[in-house]
Design a protein around this ligand. Structure first.
Ligand code: GTP
Ligand code: MG
Length: 195
């Protein structure tokens, strides 16, 4: 059930720092600046539990939040671009990949895609990794408030087309705006169905 208070648990910088796999876990992955931290804030109804920022590369650790008694929500560092020293970026990208391919209680990865831009090659790379790890992933389109209907439909078609090639993709897309609240209840309901 998606219920109960949400608390920040810890920021993890190495696989050895991951908490015990004793809860249902979902994570939020996506390119830098796509809106992962903002989405967690919107989902949990907390304005700033996850740190969001206009600077790509804001989230540099794997941030764990506990939700009620049964869930972990995981805010991941972005991939694709980061305004940080290269060796640091390489370290957290490696951690991200290890996490995504080796977390036993990870029930679903939400892969966030900017509704204006669609799926890029770095997203495909992560999706292929999730295919190999047999982690079900679901695409969440973000920043829906920033596009017009015609443009949105084009991107939706692009995303659907690309997902067809990924065996681990969950077919339903969720269109969201953390700013306006669109799709947030739907996403919450999806998380609530996972066991
Ligand atoms: P990293 O941690 O750097 O990977 O970024 P992130 O994916 O966590 O992005 P974050 O949530 O920090 O948001 C990046 C920027 O996009 C911020 O300036 C947010 O205010 C903005 N943003 C996020 N979601 C939305 C949305 O739904 N609508 C609009 N208009 N802006 C959004
Ligand atoms: Mg972030």
């Amino acid at each position: 059930m998606f219920a109960g208070p949400v608390e920040f648990l810890k920021g993890v910088v190495a696989m050895s720092g991951l908490p015990a796999s004793d809860r249902i876990e979902v994570c939020f992955a996506g390119r830098s600046n796509v809106g992962k931290s903002s989405l967690i804030n919107a989902l949990t109804g907390r304005k700033a539990i996850a740190r969001a920022s206009n600077t790509p590369g804001r989230t540099q650790e794997i941030n764990y939040f506990t939700l009620g008694e049964n869930h972990y929500l995981v805010d991941l560092p972005g991939y694709g671009y980061a305004n940080a020293p290269l060796d640091k970026v390489a370290t957290w990208q490696a951690l991200l990949k290890r996490y995504l391919s080796g977390r036993q209680n990870l029930r679903r990865a939400f892969v966030l895609i900017d509704a204006r831009h669609g799926i890029k090659s770095v997203d495909e790379e992560i999706m292929t990794l999730l295919d190999s790890a047999a982690v079900t992933f679901q695409c969440v389109l973000t920043k829906a408030d920033k596009i017009k209907a015609a443009e949105r439909d084009k991107v939706l078609a692009q995303v659907r087309g690309k997902l067809a090639a990924h065996p681990a993709a969950f077919p339903e897309l969720i269109l969201t705006s953390s700013e306006k609240g669109d799709g947030i209840a739907t996403l919450r309901a999806v998380i609530a169905t996972l066991e």
